[in-house]
Ligand binder design. Structure first.
Ligand code: GUN
Length: 294
């Protein structure tokens, strides 16, 4: 079994981006600038956004955090989105999800300028991705594809079973794995809460991507020998013995499943760091595209 070390690969990608940013600086060019919008104080979102902003600093990007209170109105948030669209200094930005319930998420995502949509959540980008056109690819599925590519895992003609059909992970990874191309060309089954017999399907899988958020969902009896296991789940389980009061766990019963797997991602240290690396990659791309246009 080989551990898919997302942390290490993410650091490699960050080093590659840093080298590019250093060259931009030497040439006197503007460096990429990422903004993040966070509404409210959801603990996990605070952690994710904090990591994204810290990573920007580490690699030489500019970053801006717009932290708004929980009771921010939809109108106020849409006003901020418009400001970010109009601000020539911002190359790309993200609106951290989930948003508070009183705000219509779709309305906000639709208001983001697709050229600055480094999350790839706007329908213009999502549609282009589905049609194999150049776009911004959502960071988590992009990170999974990059991890498979860097470990040179052959997925051509393989059966990939995805658990969960979220717009952020399950749906887009189903599209990317089934695309034409090197390190793609898989046959995909997208399973969800209404799927009748998930175990019958996972037992046929060469690759399993679990993006459910249910700790320990994927057990050893659901996996065939030699499968590639990608665990996207990241759940906080309360634990008083830990300093932060919780520990992080994935969807996969790691100890048992890793004995059968050919490759497996750990949680933490697998897909999570890759998400941040690919967001930075998208921001660099946004900067380059803007530079070409001006
Ligand atoms: N919430 C969970 N994952 C993500 C992500 O990749 N981007 C944003 N904006 N919010 C998220």
């Amino acid at each position: 079994m080989t551990l898919l070390n997302g942390k290490e690969i993410a650091n490699q990608i960050k080093d590659e981006i840093t080298a590019e940013v250093d060259k931009m600086k030497i040439r006197g060019e503007k460096v990429p600038h990422l903004a993040a919008v966070l509404v409210g104080n959801d603990g996990a979102s605070l952690t994710y956004v904090g990591s994204k902003v810290r990573s920007c600093k580490r690699i030489g990007f500019e970053s801006t955090l717009k932290h708004l209170p929980e009771d921010t109105s939809e109108e106020e948030l849409l006003k901020l989105v418009k400001e970010l669209n109009d601000n020539p200094d911002i190359d790309g930005y993200i609106v951290q999800l989930p948003l508070p319930k009183h705000i219509d998420e779709q309305k906000v995502l639709l208001a983001v300028d697709p050229d600055k949509d480094v999350d790839g959540f706007h329908p213009a980008n999502f549609g282009k991705m589905a049609l194999d056109m150049e776009s911004f690819i959502p960071a988590t599925p992009f990170g999974i594809m990059e991890l498979l590519r860097r470990y040179e895992i052959d997925i051509e003609g393989k059966h990939a079973v995805i658990i969960g059909r979220s717009h952020i992970v399950g749906r887009p990874i189903s599209i990317l794995l089934s695309q034409k191309g090197k390190f793609a060309n898989a046959t995909v089954t997208l399973t969800h809460s209404r799927t009748r017999d998930i175990k019958a399907l996972t037992l046929q899988a060469d690759i399993i991507v679990s993006a459910l958020g249910v700790p320990g969902f994927l057990t050893e009896d659901m996996v065939q020998e030699g499968a590639v296991i990608i665990d996207v789940g990241i759940t906080r389980v309360p634990d008083d013995s830990k300093e932060r009061g919780y520990y992080l766990t994935g969807d996969v019963d790691f100890d048992a499943v890793s004995k059968k797997a050919s490759y497996i991602t750990p949680v933490p240290g697998g897909v999570g760091p890759m998400t941040i690396a690919m967001l930075l990659q998208n921001t660099l791309l946004a900067r380059k595209r803007r530079a070409e246009k001006s």
